[in-house]
Design a binder for this molecule. Sequence first.
Ligand code: F6R
Length: 236
Amino acid sequence: MKFIKFKNEKDASLFVANELIASIKTNPSIKLGLATGSTPIPLYQDIANDYAKNKTDWSHVSIFNLDEYIGLSENHEQSYKVFMYNHLFSKLNVNLKNTHFPEHGINYDELIKKNGGIDIQILGIGTNGHIGFNEPGSTLDSLTRVVDLTPETIQVNANKFFNGDITNVPKTALSMGIASILKAKKIYLLAFGKSKQYAISELKKAKAFNINFPASALALHPDVTIIYDEEAESDL
Ligand code: F6R
């Protein structure tokens, strides 16, 4: 794992946006794995700004999102489909037919494989070390499946996206597994702010897979870059 520390999330996000844009220019039909949550919002804003200015062509890019809540209607404002549409897809010339989310009845891992696999995967990280919604206890060989969210994740997401009301947060989701994520050719994990200090310090120590800290699986991948900011650094 390579670690790159930035002064703040703004600089970090712009760096990753520029990496993605350069990759699309080299490979216009690139397959991207994308995340939701608060972390990638500035990244998506930078990508949207680039499109407004430079018209980078997204029409052949395929996108595979990491996860989706179970139980929210497709047009619910907190569904990840709506999140991605609002923050990114509506701002680019992406072909919505090339955008994908885990769904019941679809073998998502097969679909990704049939499309040639994910070239670049963007990840956030939970305060408990989850990637996608692979909570502690997720196994290294896990593929896309239904997962239970931990009380900690439900509370964090309630505070960020559901006005603090845990009763409105779905308790289950469909998520790519740890094995699914490790199949990506290149991975960027983004972590910003004080709440991610524990996650960054655990990632720095990770040498092997630890089932209690799912992101440790990234230690087994040959091309992972951890992008974090000064606030996420700690002396833990
Ligand atoms: C989102 C996802 C999650 C988030 C994580 C961090 O698609 O898979 O793993 O990346 O929960 O969330 P934020 O960015 O809100 O801190």
